[in-house]
Design a protein around this ligand. Structure first.
Ligand SMILES: CCCCCCCCCCCCC[C@H](O)CC(=O)SCCNC(=O)CCNC(=O)[C@H](O)C(C)(C)COP(=O)(O)OP(=O)(O)OC[C@H]1O[C@@H](n2cnc3c(N)ncnc32)[C@H](O)[C@@H]1OP(=O)(O)O
Length: 710
C-alpha cells in the first residue's frame, strides 16, 4: 500500500498505491506509518520523497470507511505528526490531485512540489466535514487565515499556479514531478527543518481578527442554509488563528467529533456516492453500462436556440464537439449567435444556420424547440429524413412522450431524451430518457456524452415528467393547496428555505415563469376556455384542483419576467421579491368566493405536505421502474432541483426521517384530504414499512418483488 525504495543513493521514495485515487484507507495509513519509521532508521537515507501511484498523489481519507465507528489502523493525525517530526526532509511530489486528507498529508511534509496540472484543495465541506486531520490548523499557518478559510469553506480545487502564489506549493514544474522532487530533496538534505514544520509556526498575524471572523461567520450563516459543516470550518480556522498548535489540534478533534457521525455528514457522503452511481445505469431489459458500447460522437446539431438551446450549444461546444446551431427565425438566430459567443468567450467550434438541412452530417441532434408535441413531431419527421443513417436523435423535452417522437422517425431505436436543466451549460443534471424502443447503444451514447459535458447523468424511463418533473408536480400542487387553506407564499417559501432549498417554491415559480406550467396544464386539458365552462373550478377528473396558478396567468402575472407573480418585483425582469398586498387581497377574495376559511398553517405542515407528497411520488417512480434506484432519484433532486445536499435527496431524507413516520404523515394528510390522490401512501412505501423499514441500500430487494414492467 506504500511502496518503499531508496533512489539516488540517499532518498527514500515512498509511493502510495491504492487505486483509483490512493485514498488513505487503514492499510495505506499503516503502510505510510511503517515506511516513515523505516526511512527514519535507515542510515543510508538522508531525505524522503512522498508520491502517489499512477500520476495521482492522494484523494484523501477513504470515505467508504467513514461508516465504521472505530476506524482500524493508525489514525491520520498520528501518521502526519510522525512525518512532520521526521529529522530528515520530506518532500511531497504532487501529481494529479492532493485533496482532503491528501492535502493534509502534503502539509505534514516539509516541502511541496507540484506538477503544473495538479490540483489541491479541501473538499471535506461537501462531505459534511472539515479538514480534521490537522488541515484546519496547518493550512492557515502556511497561507494565512483569509486564503485558508476561503479554501476550506468553499471546498474548491486550487490550480497549481494559484497554489504557488499562495505559498501552498514551493515549486511548480512541467516535467516529471517525482524526479524533480528527488533532485530537490537531495538539495535540502541536512538543512534545518524547524521553519518547515507547520505545527511549529504561528499563524501569520491578521488585523481586526475579531471583526474578520464575525463577518465570516455571518456570511457562512446566511449561505449555509442550515448546513453545519461550513460553520465548523470557521470555528476551526479561528482556533488556528488564536491557539497554539496543540490546542488547535484539540479543538479540531472536538469539532470533528460533533460532525463525524452526524446526520448531515451521512447525507452529504451519501450524495457523493449517489452522484457517481448514475454512471452504472441499467435498463429494465437488462442492458447495462458495462455491457453496452457508446458510439463515438464528434459533431452535434442543436435545433431551436431559445434559452435552453443556447445553453446546450455552449455545453456541447465546451465538451469539444463541433456544433451546428439551427434556428429558423432569423432575428432569434442572430441574437443567439451573439449570446453563445459571449458565453463561449470566442472559443468553441459552433456554426449557425436557419436551415434544418445543416444537421445532415452530424452524429447527434439535440432538439430544443418550444414544448409543443405537434411542433416536435414535425421536426423529428424532418430530421429522420435529413440526417445521415445512424444519427442519434435526442429531445430536450421536459415532460413529453419520447416514444411518440420516436414513432415519427425511421429508426426509433436511435431516439432518446436528453433533458437538460436551465441554465443548461451550468446545471449539473442530465436526465437521459429511454423509451421502450430506445437501443442500449443510444442510451450508452447519451450517457457518455453527458459525462463529457461534466454532467451528473441519470438514465430514466419514459413517463410524463420522467423522474424530476413527475415528482415536482405533487410538490407544487400541495403548495397551491396550502395557499387556498390559509398560507401565504412567504410562509411556504420560508419553511422550504429554512429546510435548505436556495429558493422556496413560489420564488422558484416566479423565476421560471408561471406561464410555463399554464401552457402544460392547457395541453393536459386542465384549463383553458373550452375546459372551464360548466366545470367546478376546483375539481378536475374527480380530484381536487387548484386554479390559482391559472388565475394568476390570466391576470398577466407570469413572475419575474412581467414584474409580478406570487411576489412583486421593481420592474419586469427584476430579481428582488417583495410581498405583494395585491396577492394577499386576491387570496382573501378567492377563499371567500369558494367558501374556504383560512386557518393557521405551521411550517411543519408545509414541509410535511410538500415533501412527503414529492417523496410518495418518488416511491411510485421506483415501483414503476422509471428510476433504477433511490440513489438515482436523489442525484436528480440534488443536482437538478437544488435539494440541499446536507439532507441527502428526498429518498435519503425519507429514510432518515423514518419510513414509518413518512407513512403516518401521508395517512394523516390523506385522511384530511381524501380528494388528493398524491397524498395516498403508495404500496411500495407501505411494503417497505411492513418489511421493517430496511436501510436505503436494501430497498431494491423489496422493489424487485413488486415492480411492474413498463
Ligand atoms: C465520534 C467521532 C469520532 C471521530 C473520529 C474519527 C476519526 C476519523 C479521522 C478522519 C479525519 C478527517 C480526514 C480528512 O480531512 C477527511 C477527508 O480526507 S474526506 C475525503 C476528502 N476527499 C475528497 O472529497 C475527494 C473525493 N474524490 C473526488 O473528488 C474525486 O474522486 C477525484 C479525486 C477528484 C477524482 O475524480 P475522478 O477522476 O472523476 O474519479 P471519480 O470521482 O469517479 O472517483 C473514482 C472512484 O474513486 C472513488 N473515490 C474517490 N475519492 C474517494 C475517497 N476519498 N474515498 C473513497 N473512494 C473514493 C469514487 O467513489 C469512484 O469510485 P466508484 O464510485 O467508481 O466506485
Amino acid at each position: 500500500m506504500a511502496q518503499y525504495r531508496v533512489v539516488s543513493g540517499s532518498v527514500a521514495l515512498i509511493t502510495i498505491q491504492n487505486p483509483p485515487v490512493n485514498a488513505l484507507r487503514a492499510a495505506v495509513r499503516e503502510g505510510l506509518f511503517n515506511a516513515i519509521k523505516r526511512a527514519s532508521s535507515d542510515p543510508q537515507v538522508r531525505s524522503v520523497v512522498l508520491s502517489g501511484h499512477n500520476g495521482t498523489f492522494c484523494g484523501g481519507a477513504d470515505i467508504k470507511e467513514f461508516g465504521n465507528v472505530s476506524l482500524p489502523g493508525p489514525h491520520l493525525v498520528e501518521v502526519f505528526q510522525l512525518m512532520e517530526d521526521l529529522v530528515k526532509p520530506v518532500v511531497a511530489a504532487i501529481e494529479g490531485f492532493a485533496l482532503g486528507g491528501g492535502l493534509e498529508l502534503a502539509l505534514a511534509c516539509h516541502y511541496r512540489i507540484g506538477h503544473s496540472k495538479a490540483r489541491v484543495g479541501f473538499p471535506e465541506v461537501n462531505l459534511g466535514l472539515f479538514p480534521g486531520a490537522g488541515g484546519s490548523q496547518r493550512l492557515p499557518r502556511l497561507v494565512g487565515v483569509p486564503a485558508a478559510l476561503d479554501i476550506i469553506i468553499t471546498g474548491r480545487h486550487v490550480a497549481a499556479g494559484e497554489a504557488l502564489k499562495l505559498g501552498l506549493l514551493d515549486k511548480v514544474i512541467d516535467q516529471n514531478t517525482v524526479d524533480a522532487a528527488v533532485t530537490f530533496a537531495k538539495s535540502v538534505e541536512g538543512k534545518p527543518l524547524d521553519n518547515h514544520r507547520l505545527g511549529n509556526r504561528p499563524c501569520p498575524p491578521l488585523e481586526n481578527m475579531d471583526a474578520f471572523f464575525e463577518e465570516a461567520m455571518k456570511r457562512v450563516h446566511s449561505r449555509a442554509r442550515g448546513a453545519v459543516a461550513p460553520i465548523t470550518c470557521v470555528q476551526a480556522v479561528r482556533g488556528a488563528a488564536t491557539l497554539p498548535f496543540h490546542k488547535g489540534m484539540e479543538l479540531e478533534k472536538m469539532l470533528l467529533g460533533t460532525l463525524f457521525n452526524s446526520a448531515q455528514a451521512q447525507a452529504s457522503q451519501y450524495c457523493f456516492f449517489a452522484e457517481r452511481a448514475g454512471a452504472r445505469w441499467s435498463m429494465p431489459s437488462g442492458a447495462r453500462w458495462d455491457t453496452c458500447k457508446a458510439k463515438p460522437i464528434g459533431t452535434a446539431a442543436v435545433i431551436g436556440l431559445g434559452t435552453m438551446g443556447r445553453g446546450i450549444t455552449v455545453a456541447l461546444a465546451r465538451a469539444g464537439l463541433s456544433v451546428v446551431a439551427v434556428e429558423t427565425q432569423e432575428h432569434q438566430l442572430a441574437e443567439a449567435q451573439r449570446a453563445v459567443s459571449r458565453m463561449l468567450k470566442g472559443g468553441g467550434r459552433v456554426s449557425y444556420s436557419p436551415d434544418l438541412q445543416a444537421a445532415a452530417e452530424v452524429d447527434l441532434v439535440v432538439e430544443a424547440v418550444f414544448e409543443d408535441m405537434a411542433i416536435k413531431e414535425k421536426i423529428f419527421k424532418q430530421l429522420s429524413e435529413v440526417c445521415k443513417p445512424g444519427t442519434l436523435l435526442t429531445t430536450n423535452t421536459s415532460t413529453l412522450d419520447i416514444d411518440r417522437l420516436a414513432s415519427c422517425t425511421r429508426d426509433p431505436q436511435l431516439v432518446v431524451g436528453m433533458h437538460f436543466f436551465a441554465p443548461a451549460h451550468i446545471m449539473r443534471l442530465l436526465e437521459v430518457v429511454y423509451g421502450p424502443r430506445s437501443s442500449p447503444e443510444a442510451v450508452a451514447t447519451a450517457m457518455q456524452l453527458g459525462k463529457r459535458m461534466g454532467k451528473v447523468s441519470v438514465a430514466v424511463g419514459n413517463c410524463t415528467g420522467f423522474v424530476g418533473n413527475r415528482m415536482l408536480k405533487p410538490y407544487l400542487e400541495q403548495a397551491n393547496f396550502l395557499l387556498e387553506e390559509g398560507a401565504t407564499p412567504e410562509l411556504v417559501d420560508a419553511a422550504l428555505e429554512e429546510f435548505g432549498f436556495p429558493m422556496g417554491v413560489f420564488k422558484m415559480s416566479d423565476l421560471s415563469g408561471l406561464d410555463v406550467g399554464w401552457r402544460v396544464r392547457k395541453e393536459e386539458g386542465l384549463t383553458g376556455p373550452g375546459v372551464t365552462a360548466g366545470q367546478p373550478m376546483r375539481i378536475r377528473h374527480s380530484r381536487r384542483y387548484s386554479p390559482l396558478g391559472d388565475l394568476m396567468c390570466e391576470e398577466g402575472r407570469y413572475g419575474q419576467k412581467t414584474g409580478s407573480g406570487w411576489y412583486l418585483y421593481d420592474k419586469p425582469g427584476g430579481r428582488v421579491a417583495r410581498s405583494d398586498p395585491w396577492l394577499r387581497n386576491f387570496l382573501e377574495q378567492y377563499r371567500a368566493r369558494h367558501g374556504l376559511v383560512a386557518r393557521r398553517i405551521s411550517q411543519q405542515e408545509v414541509l410535511e405536505r410538500c415533501l412527503y407528497a414529492l417523496i410518495n411520488e418518488g416511491f411510485r417512480v421506483l415501483e414503476d421502474g422509471i428510476a433504477a434506484s433511490p440513489q438515482n432519484i436523489d442525484a436528480i433532486y440534488v443536482f437538478g432541483y437544488s435539494w440541499p445536499k446536507h439532507r441527502g435527496g428526498p429518498m435519503f431524507y425519507a429514510s432518515q426521517v423514518g419510513l414509518a413516520r413518512v407513512l403516518e404523515g401521508l395517512n394523516h394528510y390523506h385522511q384530511a384530504h381524501p380528494d388528493v390522490p398524491h397524498l395516498e401512501p403508495c404500496s411500495l412505501l407501505r411494503r417497505l414499512v411492513a418489511s421493517g423499514s430496511p436501510p436505503i441500500d436494501k430497498w431494491s430487494e423489496v422493489v424487485k418483488g413488486h415492480r411492474s414492467q413498463l
